[in-house]
Design a protein around this ligand. Sequence first.
Ligand SMILES: [Zn+2]
Length: 453
Amino acid sequence: MSELGAGMPPGPSSPGGALLIREARVVTPVPPGFGGRDPGLAAPASPMAGYLRGNRQGELRVMDPADVRIRGRRIEAVGPRLGPPSDGIDERVLEAGGRVLLPGFVDAHTHACWAGERMGEWEARLAGATYQEILAAGGGILSTVEAVRASSEEALADALLSRLGRALVHGTTTMEVKSGYGLTGDAELRMLRAIGRAGDAWAGEVVPTGLLGHAIDPAWPGGPDAWVDHVISEVLPRVTAEFPRAAIDAYCEEGAWSVGACVRLFSAARAAGHPVRVHADQFRDLGMVEEAIRMGARSADHLEASGAETLRALGDSDTAGVLLPVSGFHLDGRYADGRALLDAGGAVVVATNWNPGSAPSPSIPLALALATRENGLTVGEAIAAVTWNAAVLLGLPDRGWVGAGARADLVLFGHRDERELAHTVGENAVDVVVAGGRVVVGNPVAGESRRMR
Ligand SMILES: [Zn+2]
């Protein structure tokens, strides 16, 4: 926990005023479209929503020292030694003193909406059972499905909101949250509504995804094919009616959704106007990544078992590769070859995959630490993977970078060298989090002075 007491209630914003973060070491991806101009000094601009990719993904801009002025929900200016606000309004000043300031983290792959816990299953795994043996015995995803089906929308939203708070103190200001533990139309919609409700109450922003192809309902008459038919003809249209912009996702794996079932679901989802994403190659390279590329999927996530040819094809496509190294850490020590994907020109995103079974962590800094050690990313590539590239994947190019015009989602760390963020493990070095222009973590009074008109 930070020295500034991250458990404190949200700090006051600056209604009608400005907030200045003074003398920070600002480290930021530079979105394509700035033409090499300094994003801090440029006029407010809308970056092109293209990924940083290949061996240029890790080229970050460092401005040290730099001041960042926030007005309302946006960053107004970034640069060395900004003078007082031109219109003379009140300005709160937070002294960064050379500490590292990054864009707020965008966690683009989580299953943070769940009910029940799976500690018994974890103990069984520690005693030697495999993840898939547990799944076959009705544990794993299906035990969470049972608990979610027994929960009200309100209970799901409350539990998620409390988890969102835990992610916020680790620097996450935007989080994608998937449904997928309900399976039936009623339960999936209840999850999506709970995700929306928790997001409305949170200081950051939540992006819901309909994970309609997560597991096969074992109780459904007619077996897997009949279940897939049901999801496509009955569940998907209800999600389209209520959440028309949500991405649709599926878990392609033996014992879960087959490649053919995913292709059918995604064809229907695309026809209804949804972007699609897919969990692919976690345990076996089944050919789903190639299908995902062909169908224009936004991302293929996991990739632990992807072969060299698969990664080359992905690197050469517009589909992002999402690495989830916390799963390898928690499950079986297998990690996606992120280096091969970048060397093939790919766009890489890193996320927590936060869920109660295979990735029990809300911490993007932990994912960064693992991505540099196990996925072959440099620190710069890993930082771009949890900021700008993750924002592009979610269709939110107003964040994930620090510059004039960007949404004011910022994290100030105790470090003075951004490499420490991935180097140090098990410490929460977040001192201050700003979300949508408001100080929401950390004590805004400590290290602060006030510049009056
Ligand atoms: Zn997942």
